[in-house]
Write a protein that binds this ligand. Structure first.
Ligand SMILES: *Cc1c(COP(=O)(O)O)cnc(C)c1O
Length: 355
């Protein structure tokens, strides 16, 4: 049985339910819902009452619309496909003043949200002045909301307290706008990390905007595992067990040399072609509940140093809800960001199953 990518739908749904009990959320479904499958994720979210979605691409926004006829769907990247956005009733983001002025006429009959640039400096209106320039046209526009995206909520380690600064700047701006009498139907800023750090919504906010927590990984390490449940398992199987004599090599480029006699190597049918990151191979896999070191990572195979317990046909776990096989455990170890590990997985080569 080749490499398998398995999601426990019940765990997926219960985890999401736990998160939205606290506050309404825009579910972020970009990049094929963090590789969980857009249709699957949208259906699960709809079942627990989520009716707000965010993505970066118009074609995904349209795919969401087809499954969620009543939902509010926000596109965060600028688009020029105004007819499609209108047809599918997609809310567009005003990502810069230049974008606004260039397409002002086409934007007039579309639901819009203002984006405020955070310290991430990726996108958005830069300051109150730019926001005022847009708001000056508000009578001709359908402005539904305002939002920002914190660039530093996930990682508090950098120089200065960047997250606190960007949060305070945003809250000051928001207070000023509200004091001046502007009203917004949607106000949202918090990704998973910010939502957990604040223990809920910031003042005046109507929604969180969650991604990674909905997909079962902790946004930062000092959260208890039971706050967020992983539904994903990635496994493969032992297809051969080979005996090596001490000193013999295995794998390309003399990758591995047997240090003792005899050495047993399990050949496992999953590799970097299935999206396993090189850095993941620095940590063990699990077979029959026991850890074994990965000693080689090839395109479609792993070499694993094993013992007599391991047999052909045994399942080999690379990721699972086990605390030492969670995606976020390896994130903490430095293998790659949660979303990087998830989105690297190759769903064209792995067998994809929803239990
Ligand atoms: C990806 C993304 C999110 C979700 O972030 P997580 O850390 O995965 O919760 C929220 N907002 C925007 C604009 C994003 O691009």
């Amino acid at each position: 049985m080749p490499g398998r990518w398995t999601v426990d739908s019940q765990v997926f749904q219960e985890n999401a339910e736990k998160l939205v009990q606290k506050a309404d959320c825009f579910a972020v479904v970009k990049n094929n819902a963090y590789n969980f499958g857009l249709d699957f994720a949208v259906d699960q979210f709809l079942q627990i009452g989520i009716q707000h979605f965010v993505t970066t691409s118009l074609h995904e926004a349209i795919a969401v619309r087809k499954r969620a006829p009543q939902a509010t769907i926000l596109l965060t990247n600028p688009t020029r496909e105004f007819d499609l956005a209108r047809k599918y009733h997609i809310q567009l983001t005003l990502t810069s003043l230049d974008y606004f002025y260039t397409f002002k006429d086409q934007l007039e009959d579309l639901p819009l949200q203002l984006e405020y640039e955070s310290h991430l400096h990726r996108s958005g209106l830069k300051n109150r002045e730019e926001i005022d320039q847009v708001l000056a046209h508000r009578n001709k526009l359908d402005i539904q909301g305002i939002w920002t995206h914190f660039g530093y909520a996930d990682d508090l380690d950098g120089p200065g307290d960047e997250y606190s600064k960007e949060r305070e700047e945003w809250l000051d701006l928001l207070e000023d706008l509200l004091d001046d009498g502007y009203q917004f139907h949607y106000i949202h800023a918090q990704n998973s990390a910010s939502f957990f750090r604040e223990g809920g919504l910031l003042p005046h906010h109507t929604h969180s905007r969650l991604g990674i927590a909905l997909y079962g990984a902790k946004p930062y390490d000092d959260l208890a595992n039971d706050r967020i449940d992983q539904s994903l398992t990635v496994s493969a199987s032992v297809v051969q067990v080979r005996q090596l004599n001490q000193g013999q090599y295995a794998g390309y480029s003399f990758k591995y040399q047997a240090s003792h006699q005899p050495t047993q190597l399990a050949i496992v049918d999953i590799g970097y072609g299935d999206g396993l990151l090189q850095a993941r191979a620095d940590y063990p896999c699990q077979i029959r509940g026991k850890d074994y070191p990965i000693v080689g990572l090839m395109m479609s195979h792993l070499l694993v140093e094993v013992d007599d317990q391991v047999q052909i046909g045994d399942r080999v776990y690379l990721y699972s809800p086990d605390p030492n096989l969670r995606i976020d455990y390896f994130t903490h170890k430095g293998v790659g960001a949660n979303s990087q590990q998830l989105s690297a997985l190759n769903l064209n080569s792995l067998i994809k199953e929803y239990d």
